[in-house]
Design a protein around this ligand. Structure first.
Ligand code: MLT
Length: 252
């Protein structure tokens, strides 16, 4: 069964969850791994991100689109083009919490955006060829509301997956069909308006680039609420249990 959670409140049990926050968390995480960061440590709060600060770690994220005070960089994928450390700690409003929500409901969690659309579809198709799977695409949305750009990308993904689909997946596919090119839904969205208002318009065409990265960010494991995401070219989950220095220090 192919399903879409149009926002994180609809997350359900699945074998594979594909989390999307195309503007911009999953795009930034994907770009960071492509740039050469070894892991992306996704946290739900600014405080947890701050507690993970270590030499070699770069703190990135946003509140209301803007870099939080004391962070090294914002949530722009353009900033992730330059590797400034070994690991990126990422704290965002909707995207990183959606990853944690998906992790509670699915054995395998991968991150998708437009940059790695083909790679994600291929990885999931490969898994589906080996077993019957429940696949749920999780749209991160915006503060509990549906985000047009996430639903668009969800539809682009599900339309290439075989099997029966829920009405939510059919809705996403109808949205995907309604646009000629990715830049249209991305530019029309509420999140795009917020980026433009904050002087970050250039992030929108960057996030609209399609299938330029052959990389599937995959959840390696959750440790004390931190989602450890690594690059997995084939979407196969890496062995869980990796250590993350600093977790104990922040009292998890
Ligand atoms: C989020 O997680 O809410 C976003 O990625 C927002 C943003 O990029 O500013």
């Amino acid at each position: 069964m192919i399903d879409v959670a149009l926002n994180p409140a609809d997350v359900a049990e699945a074998d594979v969850a594909i989390v999307i926050d195309v503007l911009r968390a999953t795009t930034t995480a994907t770009q960071a791994l492509a740039t050469g960061y070894r892991r992306v440590l996704c946290t739900e709060s600014i405080e947890r991100a701050e507690g993970l600060r270590e030499p070699g770690r770069v703190l990135a994220g946003e509140r209301e689109c803007v870099k939080p005070p004391g962070f090294d960089q914002g949530n722009s994928p353009l900033e992730a083009l330059r590797r400034c450390g070994d690991e990126l700690v990422l704290a965002t409003t909707n995207g990183t919490p959606a990853i944690a929500a998906a992790a509670d409901h699915a054995a395998t969690v991968v991150l998708a955006c437009l940059l790695n659309l083909d790679a994600v579809v291929q990885a999931v198709l490969e898994r589906m060829s080996r077993a019957e799977l429940r696949v749920q695409v999780v749209c991160s949305g915006t503060n509990g509301a549906v985000a047009l750009e996430d639903v668009y990308v969800a539809g682009r993904v599900t339309h290439r997956l075989p099997g029966s689909r829920t009405d939510a997946a059919l809705v996403a596919e109808a949205v995907a069909r309604a646009f000629r090119a990715p830049l249209e839904p991305l530019s029309a969205s509420t999140d795009a308006r917020a980026l433009k208002a904050n002087g970050m318009s250039e992030d929108i065409p960057f996030c609209a680039q399609e299938s330029i990265l052959d990389l599937v960010p995959t959840l390696e494991g959750m440790r004390a609420g931190v989602a450890i995401v690594v690059a997995s070219p084939d979407g196969a989950a890496s062995p869980a249990g990796a250590e993350v220095d600093g977790l104990d220090r922040v009292g998890f």
